[in-house]
Design a protein around this ligand. Structure first.
Ligand code: PGA
Length: 256
């Protein structure tokens, strides 16, 4: 039985300490008592400490949206996994499509970051997903297979089990155009089959695969009810406590 995981990816959208604290203080009482879902909030770096102060005595886990793969040094503008750990960060999102597309992060770089994060006991959410034209030309599965092979290159079974995968079709991110539960489930099953071939069935069955891309309170339940969808990575709808809570509730219901 895989525990669903719902992550809120605030991107560069909510960045003052006050609004961070306000949103989290409103979310905390709502999710109290939900222990069947792992909840992660990934804020911008600058408000991680404000978020940590509010979250530290709760079950909500703090996440960062990126990191570099070195401990320290002359890497202007980058953030070390060591720094993240020191301020109470437990999770890090790696390989988001915005990092891949806008900041030209390669699968090889994401693989280095992933290995580094794992070596430091940071939990990871690794994003993969195809562009619209790749889907329309029938290449979605080839792209997913390539990303899995390259991003998870040389990972041991134990490392892979600790990694959460977020399948995020890029055409569905921030567009309001969600993949249908059937479209998402088809790719989630494909990912699990690939993991089964790469590792073994038991390993594949224990890895959590989130869906991401325009998840909203009104479509979350149908997505999470699919057998291979283990929660979601939520952008826009994670910015408000109420909508994020409703999505968490949908994940909670999906396992009952
Ligand atoms: P969205 O973003 O929910 O706003 O589509 C999801 C994501 O990018 O993780």
């Amino acid at each position: 039985m895989r525990k669903p995981i719902v992550g809120g990816n605030w991107k560069m959208n909510r960045g003052t300490p006050n609004e961070t604290v306000e949103m989290l203080e409103s979310l905390i009482p709502q999710v109290e008592g939900i222990d069947s879902v792992d909840i992660v909030i990934a804020t911008p770096f600058t408000v991680l400490t404000s978020a940590y102060k509010v979250l530290k005595n709760t079950d909500i886990k703090l996440g960062a949206q990126n990191m570099y793969y070195k401990d320290k040094g002359a890497y202007t503008g980058e953030i070390s996994p060591q720094f993240l750990k020191e301020i109470g960060v437990e999770f890090v999102i790696l390989g988001h499509s915005e990092r891949r597309d806008i900041f030209k992060e390669s699968d090889a770089l994401i693989n280095k970051k992933l290995k580094k994060a794992l070596s430091m006991n940071l939990k990871t959410i690794v994003c993969i997903g195809e562009h619209l034209e790749e889907r329309e030309t029938g290449k979605a599965k080839d792209i997913i297979q390539y990303q899995i092979n390259e991003t998870f290159k040389d990972l041991s079974k134990e490392e892979m089990i600790k990694t959460v995968i977020a399948y995020e079709p890029i055409w569905a991110i921030g567009t309001g155009k969600t993949a249908t539960p059937e479209q998402a489930e088809e790719i989630h099953m494909f990912i699990r089959d690939l993991l089964s071939l790469k590792f073994d069935k038991e390993t594949a069955d224990s890895i959590r695969i989130q869906y991401g891309g325009s998840i909203k309170p009104d479509n979350a339940e149908d997505l999470f009810n699919k057998n291979n969808i283990d929660g979601g990575l939520v952008g826009g709808a994670s910015l408000q406590a109420n909508s994020f809570f409703q999505i968490i509730e949908a994940a909670d219901k999906s396992i009952r």
